[in-house]
Design a protein. Structure first.
Length: 425
């Protein structure tokens, strides 16, 4: 059963403590990366046989498989996928940056070019839960950025097939280069390249502890979006909130993973008790009851505060992945929120609308990293190149200032490089 805790009665570190999976997978991941880097496709086949129970002749999903997925998918679901894809496109188009050129001073031109990455790999989970939504969220911003080659990897089922809904989402998103690979070995293939799988410039997308650790270890060889931890939701609710709705919102994240975190902050003791009871009533109704139960029991919290202003301050310390403001006049609270991955305002904006349909991205910073990190966006798929141009007169006017700066740092060759242009031979 979820615990109700009153802020101030226990040390804050105890109240905010969160159980995590303590298994250290770094050594196992390091070995997998090394094997794939040195043995390529053969290592991928060995790991596919070991972990997935298959040893495919080809890792790539054939065009016929993509076409078959579109034929077998539920037409109503395809319609929703298409509408969600357009919502995601419309939202992310607003994130596009422009090149600029400015005459900073007479004779000095400064500027920036915004360039798309050439190749990007997207990892799409396909294990205990398959997420076609991840395909849309990861691929569409990359396309808007102008990435010319998008490579998708996703774990196959025991019969060697790929979840048809994932393939349908890929088709709608325009992703055609797909490989039946999962786990750390898939990340290794994208980072280093093999005979069958191309290396990429950046890897994005969520995964289990092995995938997260593999991304951490290949960073530097390639870029990554983030090292994502278990999912989180923090709901701030006032006295007018419906306890059944709040409980349902908490469970929407608890069902993701046994290590997921679902927290309610409220200033109303009667709401806290009602939500606690509602969770017990709703848990048996879930298909993933066992997972959600473990999450609620381990990392669920109902935190009682004296006033919601205290709850906002606590939310900023927690920096949650998802933050729901189930309060009257939620826009009054929004300027006070500094740290959150994605914020859901009001009683009719539950977190799942962001997971699937609204348009903002659902690949979000976790584990408190919203203090300094941002949701996946078009910015993740571009790089910036800056440039400077000086005329002779402009450099003549400023070269002594540059030289002085260089000498103060003890770098006389730097100063010499500008001074030499104006010395008499």
């Amino acid at each position: 059963m979820i615990q109700i805790m009153k802020m101030g009665k226990l040390p804050e570190e105890e109240i905010l403590r969160r159980e995590t999976d303590t298994e250290d997978v770094s050594a196992a991941v390091r070995e997998i990366l090394s094997e794939v880097r040195s043995r390529g496709d053969q290592a991928l086949r060995d790991y596919s046989s070991r972990f997935d129970g298959i040893s495919p002749a080809s890792f790539r999903v054939a065009a016929e498989e993509l076409a078959a997925a579109m034929q077998t998918a539920d037409p109503a679901f395809l319609s929703v996928l298409r509408e969600a894809a357009e919502n995601i496109r419309a939202y992310h188009r607003n994130q596009c940056r422009s090149n600029y050129l400015t005459e900073a001073r007479e004779g000095v031109l400064l500027g920036q070019r915004v360039l798309p990455l050439k190749t990007v790999g997207i990892y799409v989970p396909g294990g205990t839960a398959a997420y076609p939504s991840t395909v849309l969220m990861d691929a569409i911003p990359a396309q808007i950025a102008g990435v010319s080659r998008i490579v998708m990897v996703t774990p196959p089922a025991g019969d060697g097939s790929v979840n048809p809904n994932i393939l349908a989402a890929a088709h709608i998103a325009g992703v055609t280069e797909i490989y039946k690979l999962g786990g750390a070995q898939a990340v290794a293939a994208l980072a280093y390249g093999t005979e069958s799988v191309p290396s990429v410039d950046k890897i994005v997308g969520p995964g289990n502890a092995y995938v997260a650790e593999a991304k951490r270890q290949v960073f530097g060889q390639v870029g990554i979006d983030m090292v994502a931890g278990p999912s989180e939701v923090l709901v701030i609710a006032d006295q007018h909130s419906d306890p059944a709705w709040v409980a349902a919102d908490l469970l929407s994240q608890a069902e993701h993973d046994r290590m997921a975190s679902a927290v309610l902050i409220t200033d109303t003791p009667s709401l806290a008790a009602a939500v606690q009871a509602e969770l017990e009533r709703q848990l048996p109704l879930l298909r993933r009851e066992e997972i959600a139960r473990a999450s609620i029991d381990r990392n669920g919290r109902i935190l009682l505060v004296s006033e919601l202003r205290e709850g906002i301050a606590l939310a900023n310390r927690l920096a949650p992945e998802h933050l729901e403001l189930c309060v009257e006049n939620p826009f009054d609270y929004l300027p006070k929120i500094r740290n959150a991955g994605s914020v859901f305002l009001g009683r009719y904006s539950p977190e799942p609308v962001g997971d699937y349909f609204a348009g903002p991205n659902h690949t979000l910073p976790t584990s408190g990293t919203a203090r300094f990190a941002s949701p996946l966006s078009v910015d993740d798929f571009v790089k910036k190149m800056q440039f400077s141009y000086y005329t002779e007169d402009a450099l003549r006017r400023e070269h002594r200032k540059v030289s002085l700066f260089a000498r103060q740092e003890g770098l006389t060759a730097h100063g010499r490089a500008v001074d030499i242009r104006f010395e008499k031979l």
